[in-house]
Design a protein around this ligand. Structure first.
Ligand code: ZN
Length: 319
């Protein structure tokens, strides 16, 4: 009997923790579930990431509203993944910002991704029937977009630093407090999801660009906030080590003419001692190895995950 599909059997509710990193600079972590954040401007709030559904986003806003009642002027979405974007309507933001590449991915595969992600992790899909449809940005940009916060609060610098976790990830840098919201480009003691990734860009230039900020606070996609440059460097290097472990093992089996299943097992054996206890390790790894295998096969643009393809790959590798 195989393992239960993805995170379908993971139904235990996680505890939210609000971290106030500086005056008006917030991160909400959730024991390995997706993180979200917010930064206050003089008379508005910038929210960073949505949750998976409007109900889940309202749970976050309720916590934020204990600290500020300023309206949400901007909602920044670091990438297109369903559990990061489909609760956007709850913010009633004046503008929703994504990279142009992320917008194109919503258009190309947003519907399939919605079904895929809610099937993989049903616990996040609280009151899923309220999702009004796909989330579309009202502002897009290619590489750079800045937001002046006003009132001496500094600015937010949104940047595309190269392909990584997806083809369109952006980071959000708050200059005044040297805080970086890195989205899923960096995880702090949570397994990486790389099923839509560009492993070779991510492990090199893109992570170098993230690290170059020398952030004092780094909020990754999942896991605790890293504080101090030593910790933020460590979070980046943990992410790189996970990617390098995959590249080494999948690459070796692929070059030797082995099978996808052999690549999966070699990668799991190599990574499990260090990363196996981290959230969503067993959930992510089949999808991760399949995507990297595709890259070794020369498939540049990630194939679209559908609910059916998810189950096929799972049965082949974890069944
Ligand atoms: Zn993601």
């Amino acid at each position: 009997m195989g393992k239960p599909f993805a995170s379908s059997a993971d139904t235990a509710r996680k505890t939210d923790t609000l971290e106030i990193l500086a005056d008006g600079v917030y991160a909400l972590t959730a024991e390995g579930d997706p993180n979200v954040g917010a930064v206050e401007g003089e008379d508005f709030v910038v929210a960073i990431e949505s949750r998976a559904t409007p109900a889940a986003s309202r749970d976050w806003l309720k916590i934020l509203r204990e600290h500020t009642d300023k309206p949400v002027r901007y909602l920044i979405l670091t990438h297109y993944h369903a559990v990061r974007v489909l609760g956007a309507s709850a913010f009633e933001a004046q503008d929703i910002i994504m990279s142009r590449a992320s917008r194109d991915l919503v258009a190309e595969r947003g519907e399939e991704d919605w079904k895929s992600e809610f099937g993989r992790m049903p616990r996040l899909a609280k009151n899923a029937e309220e999702v009004p449809g796909l989330t579309w940005p009202t502002i897009t940009f290619e590489n750079e977009y800045d937001i002046e916060l006003g009132g001496g609060r500094g600015q937010l610098e949104l940047r595309f630093l190269g392909r990584g976790h997806t083809g369109g990830d952006i980071t959000v840098w708050h200059d005044k407090t040297r805080t970086l919201y890195a989205g899923d480009l960096v995880e702090a003691k949570a397994a990486l999801y790389t099923g839509d990734a560009y492993h070779f860009d991510w492990v090199g230039k893109t992570l170098d660009n993230v690290k170059a900020y020398r952030a004092e606070n780094l909020i990754g996609g999942r896991g605790a906030v890293a504080r101090g440059v030593a910790e933020t460097d460590a979070a980046v290097e943990q992410t790189r080590k996970f990617l390098n472990g995959m590249i080494e093992n999948v690459g070796r089996v692929h070059k030797a003419g082995g099978s996808l299943k052999e690549a999966f097992e070699a990668t799991r054996d190599a990574l499990a001692p260090e990363f196996g206890s981290w959230p969503i390790f067993e959930h992510c790894l089949p999808f991760d190895v399949q995507r990297l295998w595709d890259e070794y096969d020369g498939i540049e643009h990630p194939r679209i995950w559908t609910a059916e393809r998810d189950r096929e790959v799972w049965a082949k590798l974890q069944g």
